[in-house]
Write a protein that binds this ligand. Structure first.
Ligand code: PMP
Ligand code: GLN
Length: 363
């Protein structure tokens, strides 16, 4: 803001979600839904979460015992780590990763074991993954579609992860907040939908991502009751519950027809294509991806001697009028790549065009 830079950094959409959801949320307040709802979430939303799981991923869910409404996926993640991890448990996480995992997992006593995804397409190194499992491994964390890369995990990768979970009796924590944001022929498959995984996987979703209401902070989890029970205990003392007006609106949203969900990916793909080709023309090396709303670009061509991704991102904000996020900030393991930045492209066309114009003038 200080430098008047076009903000393609933080991940949030310019366009808001469905009007009907807003009016349901506001009328729920006038209809006296203003006192503590159930700690698990309002039944309407938990039932809708169960229907959504079955309709989109074919995973049957008992709404009464296998769902939990959370304060965004962020609180769900925190409650999952606090509820499931004991000090010293190892948690395998793919590097790079969404930054909130690290602090909450460590605070719960977890030892994070990073397995680095392979560039340029962030593929899973299956041998390294298998070698990362030890007798202390408790959990594997899978975020698909992936932040910061936009990678959509392939079925083969998910099957290999599932096989490890079954073989070593591991819990899978599945961050699928971008589940409907896929395009370019890719398909989102939940790890929880694979054979023998429903009993050992917990899945997270978010109204911030699915309905573009990031400020509402409404998320949901599904999982077997034996895993949800300790998570619910953590949730009880973290936040207890979630505003019921917003829960009612999200319940309505989750029952939307397939057309709504199917329109989300293609509208993002148009924006990605635009930014991708403009960046490629300028000399950025755009890495391939088919999901979420992030694009990772190789900026080696523009780095000055001694400059890394963070210094470049800062210079681009201050002098170039475009803000990105240095990807090294999403890595936990040693010596992260220092030549990649993340652009968030779920922005108005005019904003993307302004960013491209600024880059053209500066670089
Ligand atoms: N997981 C990932 C991968 C994310 O990108 C985000 C968005 N910030 C979250 C979880 C958190 O979602 P929420 O805003 O629902 O807490
Ligand atoms: N998840 C979003 C991102 O990765 C933003 C969330 C936040 O700013 N905490 O940019």
């Amino acid at each position: 803001m200080e430098h008047g830079s076009v903000n393609l950094g933080q991940g949030f959409p310019d366009a808001e979600g469905p009007e009907t959801m807003k009016s349901i949320a506001s009328s729920a307040m006038y209809d006296f839904h203003n006192q503590y709802p159930s700690l698990l979430g309002v039944p309407e939303l938990r039932q809708a979460v169960a229907r959504h799981s079955e309709a989109n991923q074919g995973i049957p869910v008992d709404w009464a015992t296998e769902t939990l409404v959370t304060v965004g996926a962020t609180e769900g993640l925190a409650a999952a780590f606090l509820g499931l991890i004991n000090p010293g448990d190892e948690v395998i996480m793919f590097d790079p990763m969404y930054d909130s995992y690290v602090s909450m997992a460590r605070r719960s006593g977890a030892v994070i074991v990073p397995v680095r995804l392979r560039l340029p397409d962030f593929s899973v190194p299956l041998d390294e993954l298998a070698a990362a499992v030890t007798p202390a491994t408790k959990m594997i964390m899978v975020n698909t579609p992936h932040n910061p890369s936009g990678k959509v995990f392939t079925v083969a990768e998910l099957e290999a992860i599932a096989a490890l979970c079954v073989k070593h009796d591991l819990i899978a924590l599945c961050d699928e907040v971008y589940e409907h944001l896929v395009f370019g022929g890719a398909r989102h498959v939940s790890l929880r939908s694979l054979p023998d995984m429903a009993e050992r996987a917990v899945r997270l979703g978010s109204a911030g991502k699915t309905f573009s209401f990031t400020a509402w902070k409404v998320g949901w989890m599904t999982g077997p009751s034996r895993l949800l029970a300790p998570i619910v205990k953590a949730h009880q003392f973290l936040v207890f519950t979630v505003p019921s007006s917003l829960q009612r609106a999200v319940a309505h949203g989750l029952d939307k027809e397939a057309d709504f969900y199917n329109s989300l990916g293609p509208s993002l793909e148009v924006k990605r294509r635009y930014l991708e080709s403009a960046l490629a023309e300028l000399g950025f090396g755009v890495l391939p991806a088919h999901g979420a709303y992030f694009l990772v670009a190789d900026v080696s061509k523009f780095l000055r001697p001694g400059e890394d991704d963070a210094a470049f991102a800062k210079r681009l904000t201050v002098e170039g009028g475009v803000t990105t996020i240095p990807v090294s900030g999403f890595y936990v393991g040693p010596a992260p790549p220092s030549h990649l930045v993340r652009f968030c492209y779920c922005k108005e066309d005019a904003k993307l065009q302004a960013a491209v114009a600024n880059l053209k003038a500066y670089l």
